[in-house]
Design a protein around this ligand. Structure first.
Ligand SMILES: [Mg+2]
Length: 367
């Protein structure tokens, strides 16, 4: 079958892709969130022209062709756009074969444990503890990630003492069986990161994400080697050479590719496989309730080296107004701390027609 038509439905934060083949089969995907209006332009200018009219049986070959043809643009935006193509291709394949993507990947649908992921740093430690406790009581989630340091903070905390305080307060307030994760978003020097790392170890935190600037792997490696807990990272990385180095040298203990930043499922699987060969777990980055979380659910139920849980953003409309009403039949229901990976074909989702109606429409097709 050949790709006949590529349509995009775009708002500034989200852009969905619809693919249609010459048999009239359809699939839906999504490009990476944020600046999706820019990404959609790249999609129609630098992705669609290379794949229209091509057969769609070999996703990797097709995507490599784009990267070769656009080899002067080895960057994030091109991959963010390719993610839209790749996730639409997997959905198309699922719909044709009447299987969920998880099954195409060799896994089985069903329940998946989540960790509640806080995005807020301006929240006071006690308020964060109260908020997480409430979510724990209401939804049964028994793993949470909260923020330490300041985002790319050059060693300066959000306010003096916040990181130490929040680590201790969260540990005191949540049920002792709760898995506790922190994210420093590239804040600290190795020395600072290790010092806070000892406090994390003493307070039962088991996952220490991006302690140092992620573009400085030697710094991160110092922290990984100094601490007993898992140092994790990789969410921004999308170059396979960087991944190979990060995995070969065990810069981190757990890898965290983002399916949408990576360019889709196909390239993320390659990274997960590299990690599997070195006995490393994969706990992907999925920081909002758009298609990235759905895709990550399917992936985690299929790969043998899946980490313990799915990242599940707990923020609501105040933080993420743009993620409201993207899909019909809420695919993000949590019960007893678990989410359901559906048996429906493809991604098993229905994009809200009202959202589509309000979006910006562009089409690339074979003349
Ligand atoms: Mg992170």
């Amino acid at each position: 079958m050949k790709i006949n038509k590529l349509e995009t439905f775009t708002k500034p934060f989200v852009s969905f892709v619809k693919i249609t083949n010459d048999n009239g089969d359809e699939g839906y995907g999504q490009m990476s969130t944020y600046n999706s209006d820019i990404t959609a332009q790249i999609f129609h200018k630098q992705v669609a022209p290379w794949v229209l009219g091509k057969t769609h049986d070999d996703f990797e070959n097709l995507e490599n062709l784009i990267l070769e043809k656009e080899h002067k643009f080895p960057g994030s935006y091109l991959l963010r756009a390719i993610a839209g193509l790749d996730t639409a291709l997997w959905d198309l394949k699922g719909r044709i074969e009447k299987k969920p993507v998880v099954s195409l990947l060799g896994g089985i649908p069903g329940k998946l444990r989540v960790y509640g992921s806080s995005m807020k740093r301006d929240i006071k430690p006690q308020d964060e503890a109260d908020r997480l406790k409430k979510i724990q009581d209401n939804q049964g989630i028994n793993a949470f990630k909260f923020r330490v340091g300041a985002e790319c903070g050059r060693g300066i905390d959000e306010w003096p003492g916040r990181s130490e305080e929040i680590v201790k307060i969260i540990n005191k307030n949540l049920d002792p069986s709760t898995d506790k994760l922190v994210d420093a978003n590239s804040c600290f020097s190795p020395e600072q990161a290790i010092e806070l790392g000892y406090i994390l170890q003493d307070n039962d935190v088991t996952h220490y994400e991006e302690p140092c600037p992620y573009w400085e792997p030697e710094q991160t490696l110092k922290v990984t080697n100094a601490l007993k807990i898992d140092v994790t990272g990789g969410e921004q990385d999308c170059d396979l050479r960087i991944w190979k180095d990060m995995i070969d040298r065990k810069i981190v203990n757990i890898i965290q590719p983002d399916i949408m930043y990576m360019g889709g499922i196909t390239r993320t699987l390659k990274v997960a496989k590299m990690a599997e060969e070195k006995n490393m777990k994969c706990t992907p980055h999925a920081a909002n309730l758009s298609l990235v979380t759905i895709c990550t659910m399917h992936l985690l139920k299929a790969i043998p080296n899946a980490g313990k849980y799915l990242e599940f953003a707990i923020e609501g409309e105040d933080y993420y107004p743009w993620q409201k009403d993207l899909f019909l039949n809420n695919p993000f229901k949590i019960e007893d701390g678990k989410i359901m990976v559906s048996e429906a074909p493809g991604w098993g989702i229905k994009i809200n027609p009202k959202w589509i109606e309000e979006s910006n429409y562009t089409i690339s097709e074979i003349n």
